[in-house]
Design a protein around this ligand. Structure first.
Ligand SMILES: [Zn+2]
Length: 321
């Protein structure tokens, strides 16, 4: 399978939207289309939660008329799908209360909603959340301290100081996440805040001057003392918690000796049977299907032992139920 196909399986990563970045510069077009019957608005509260339908199964695509009754805030242009133009608005606390009263919807955070939303809605929510977070965190110019004004449909911030005037753009922080294998075993770790017996693949941010592969090797060594040799790109996933993109890798250990670093409470090598038995019996937990970590474990389990993780998870639910 190509990495492009693997990425499409990741949550938040199947957003079939034309971002129409050329239209961001056309203020007349944006004004006209944000007032049209084809416009739909993702509404976010100050915590980045989105307004969902009362049953929490869909994003509430609020129309322009309803939106005007809720807030007069500027709309960010997200893109087009079919005949619909998608916008997002970040609401203050008062407007958020009005939004709930007028639509009977509910503000829900992306982690809770992500797995149950349709793929398009989950992707659009992640996109809107990421953009809104960047705007909230970037009110002032990092070069001169003057106020910033947003332009280009919300995708660029311009310094209002005429002596400075520089443009700021949304940033995304790359993080690598990897499943390391050693023959028939894979390496998983547990963070100090996590429940006992819950494990994930290792992960960390890419540093300046590093390739992604360098970052994979450094993170695995820092966290678990394991030396990684070859590694390969698996897939990617937008991860707006608050501003990352997760870059998944498979990797092979050159030296499997574990020496625990300061970031993890535990790190172990697991065989396929031990992992599957633990999940089935409910004595071992892994990352949520929302994450690339889950996809990497799924990939490894299939590769190493021909086992489908979804079937293991389903039988685990039956055992518990
Ligand atoms: Zn400035």
């Amino acid at each position: 399978m190509m990495s492009s196909a693997r990425s499409r399986h990741n949550t938040f990563a199947a957003l079939e939207l034309d971002r129409a970045s050329d239209l961001r510069e056309d203020q007349h077009w944006l004004a006209e289309h944000s007032r049209s019957a084809q416009a739909r608005f993702v509404l976010l509260d100050a915590d980045g939660r989105a307004l969902l339908s009362a049953d929490r199964r869909h994003l509430l695509g609020v129309d322009c008329e309803t939106c005007l009754g809720i807030a007069a805030a500027p709309a960010n242009f997200l893109g087009r799908s079919g005949v619909t133009d998608h916008f997002a608005i970040a609401l203050d606390a008062e407007s958020a209360v009005r939004a709930v009263a007028q639509t009977s919807g509910a503000f829900v955070d992306l982690r809770s909603a992500g797995a149950s939303l349709p793929a398009f809605d989950a992707g659009l929510f992640a996109y809107a959340r990421g953009l809104a977070h960047w705007q909230r965190q970037n009110r002032f110019c990092s070069a001169c301290g003057a106020a910033l004004a947003f332009e280009a449909g919300g995708h660029r911030a311009r310094c209002t100081n005429p002596q400075c005037g520089i443009a700021h753009f949304p940033r995304t922080d790359p993080a690598v996440i990897m499943i390391v294998s050693d023959g028939a075993r894979c390496l998983l770790g547990r963070g100090p805040q996590w429940p006992e017996r819950r494990y994930s693949t290792l992960a960390g941010f890419v540093e300046p001057g590093e390739t992604l592969e360098d970052a994979v090797r450094r993170e695995v060594f820092e966290e678990a003392g394991v030396r990684v040799g070859e590694c390969d790109y698996h897939s990617s996933q937008p991860w707006p918690f608050p501003a990352s993109i997760m870059l998944g890798f498979t990797a092979h250990a050159e030296d499997a000796t574990i020496t625990l670093g300061s970031e993890l409470a535990e790190a172990h090598w697991f065989g396929a049977e031990e992992l599957v038995d633990g999940i089935r019996s409910g004595t071992l937990g892994i990352s949520s299907p929302l994450s690339v970590s889950y996809r990497l474990i799924e990939h490894w389990l299939h590769d190493a032992a021909g086992i489908k993780l979804a079937e293991v998870m389903a039988s685990s639910i039956k055992t518990k139920g």
